[in-house]
Design a protein around this ligand. Structure first.
Ligand SMILES: Cc1ncc(COP(=O)(O)O)c(C=O)c1O
Length: 357
């Protein structure tokens, strides 16, 4: 079977070394004679997996001592409500930026728990840009935004300037570029793009943010319980956490976030330059707000789009079809995608443009 170039939006490509090591661990985990799938989560063997995963996140992100690292169930969508449940009191107000499908879902969930002030929205132009001028009230409990809008293909390149604690959905660009992660009160990300396998969620919370709401919290929803129990209030998704560990080790070997950032910039530049050069393709979002992780574009008509999709299929380029809510194409350039895959794709695009000139 020919190797595919995998541009899927998520779950998405992981490094080949991770697939190999994960497959081996299912048969025999580190010479224990046991599969990773049959090891108790409270054994020293699994505790070592959890400890190293947490330590690597702290190291790769340069976190401060107050920032706790958790591996939780439920995906990023659970964080849409777990965040306000823990941080937003019933009569208090949280500020939210509405920049896409995922951001608007987080707003809907927050409204269940308290007041929500949507400080700006780019819905007026189908989320094709990031609003720049808005005011975050100093009294807000926190300011929530999505760093990278996976479906629409926009990314926030600046950290908003505010004294209000920042809470952020980084599902689709975490660990892809250097940032001052210590500025965040809470960061969450579903693992299935840049961190590992679906089924686990990385949450980084500054412990000073917690214990301030008056409502009672169910144990599984309470970040403090997860901190106290080292992400093992109950059985954690052991295999998904192990895949995270393998991916984090790989990331460290690439020179950490700074190492992959350089290649991510090259990949995105090559693809956007190609799009700008070929009039048959139309980039979907404002230039200044282009995402380095998810590149969204369209073509002049449905027949051409169908043709190009067929061509991609023939050339083993998979996962390029746009999200069902946007159409067109979405090419995801997550950390594990090699530059060579983007080179193949851009060559195919050039050939296609020549044939349809
Ligand atoms: C930015 C962002 N937030 C949230 C989600 C939802 O993640 P999950 O399916 O893990 O709940 C996604 C999924 O793609 C996403 O891209």
């Amino acid at each position: 079977m020919a190797k595919k170039h995998n541009f899927n939006g998520g779950p998405s490509i992981l490094p080949q070394e991770v697939f190999d090591a994960a497959a081996a661990a299912i048969i025999d985990f580190n010479g224990t004679g046991l599969s990773i799938l049959e090891i108790g989560h409270r054994t020293p063997i699994f505790q070592a997996v959890m400890d190293e995963s947490i330590a690597l996140v702290k190291e790769l992100m340069n976190l401060s001592p107050e920032q706790e690292v958790l591996f939780l169930h439920g995906g990023a969508s659970t964080q849409f409500f777990q965040v306000p449940m823990n941080l937003l009191d019933e009569n208090a107000t949280a500020a939210y930026l509405d920049c896409g499908v995922w951001g608007s879902k987080s707003i809907k969930e927050a409204k269940i728990f308290g007041n929500v002030d949507v400080v700006a929205s780019s819905k007026d132009r189908n989320y094709r840009y990031i609003p720049k001028q808005y005011n975050i009230p100093a009294t807000a409990s926190y300011f929530h935004y999505t760093t990278n809008n996976t479906i629409e293909g926009t990314q926030m390149h600046e950290v908003p300037n505010t004294t209000v604690p920042l809470v952020c959905d980084m599902s689709s660009d975490i660990l892809s570029r250097q940032m001052d992660f210590t500025r965040y009160g809470l960061i969450y990300a579903g693992a299935q793009k840049n961190i590992g396998a679906a089924g686990v969620n990385l949450v980084i919370v500054n412990r000073n943010m917690l214990g301030k709401v008056s409502r009672k919290l169910p144990t599984m929803m309470d970040y403090r319980q997860h901190i106290e129990n080292g992400s093992m209030v109950n059985t954690p998704p052991v295999f998904a956490v192990y895949v995270c560990l393998l991916t984090l080790r790989w990331l460290k070997e690439q020179g950490g976030v700074a190492g992959v950032e350089k290649i991510n910039e090259q990949k995105a530049k090559l693809l956007y330059d190609t799009l700008d050069e070929l009039p048959i393709f139309t980039p979907a979002v404002d230039k200044v707000d282009r995402s380095l992780m998810n590149v969204v574009f369209t073509m002049p008509d449905a027949a051409l789009e169908k043709d190009f999709l067929e061509t991609c299929k023939k050339e083993n380029l998979v996962g390029v079809k746009g999200h069902r809510s946007v159409g067109g194409f979405r090419v995801s350039l997550y950390n594990a995608l090699p530059l060579s895959s983007v080179q193949v794709l851009t060559e195919v695009m050039k050939q296609f443009a020549l044939q349809h000139a």
